[in-house]
Ligand binder design. Structure first.
Ligand SMILES: Nc1nc2c(ncn2[C@@H]2O[C@H](COP(=O)(O)OP(=O)(O)OP(=O)(O)O)[C@@H](O)[C@H]2O)c(=O)[nH]1
Ligand SMILES: [Zn+2]
Length: 199
């Protein structure tokens, strides 16, 4: 199921030339172009690699929007995996699965006072439409069965465990508070049980 592997070199902050491999897949449940980014050949030489499932966030990952923490979490994962190896599954699940245009509609409602979950519900969507089965398929295709999962989201841990993977350890990301995203982070804790720490 893993299809093409190609070498890439990444730059995050002051760290440049971070070597990695990008892997495409065929035969996943949907036609979404999910990719794996593998650091330090972790799939081949580590028995229990560090893994992050990162759901796409164009506004945060690319443009570092102040509304969320996605870009910072992605950079944190890359920095950590550049040191110790690991695998990022970059999942094309924009807006927790509602898509970019709907997320923009949700942002408009959030600007008027709703939190992210209320805004999704107001638009007729559930709190979170993501399905992580394909992440399980991708890890299976890479012959990985035991992982350390980098997340604060209990739903991801449960989904991979239900798929049949062994999550030996949960590694929480830092809490990336910045001007504009505190309510977004607190809503994740209150509505989805994210393990984020606020000092
Ligand atoms: N609907 C909606 N989605 C958002 C909003 N802000 C960010 N997102 C999406 O939320 C998702 C965040 O993905 P992740 O960081 O992988 O997941 P998470 O559930 O926060 O869990 P962690 O592993 O702890 O980071 C992405 O799909 C973003 O596009 C928002 O205001 N509304
Ligand atoms: Zn985001």
């Amino acid at each position: 199921m893993a299809e093409v592997r190609t070498r890439i070199s990444l730059k995050v902050g002051s760290q440049s030339h971070i070597p990695a491999e990008m892997v495409s897949f065929h035969g996943l449940n949907s036609d979404k172009e999910h990719v794996a980014i593998i650091f330090g050949q972790a799939d081949q030489i580590q028995a229990v690699p560090l893994v992050r499932l990162h759901s796409e966030c164009l506004t945060g990952d690319v443009f570092h929007s102040s509304r969320c923490d996605c870009g910072e979490q992605l950079d944190e994962a890359i920095n950590q995996m550049a040191e110790q190896g690991g695998i990022i599954l970059y999942l094309r699940q924009e807006g927790r699965g509602i898509g970019l245009y709907n997320k923009i509609d949700a942002y408009k409602l959030q600007s008027e006072g709703m939190n992210t979950y209320q805004a999704n519900n107001h638009l007729g969507f559930g709190d979170d439409l993501r399905d992580f089965t394909e992440a399980g398929q991708m890890l299976e295709a890479l012959s990985i069965s035991r992982i350390k999962l980098m997340t604060n989201n209990p739903k991801k841990v449960k989904a991979l465990s239900d798929y049949g993977l062994t999550v030996e350890k949960e590694v929480n990301t830092s809490t990336h508070i910045k001007d504009g995203n505190e309510d977004y982070l607190k809503a994740k804790v209150d509505n989805a049980g994210h393990k984020l720490k606020f000092d």
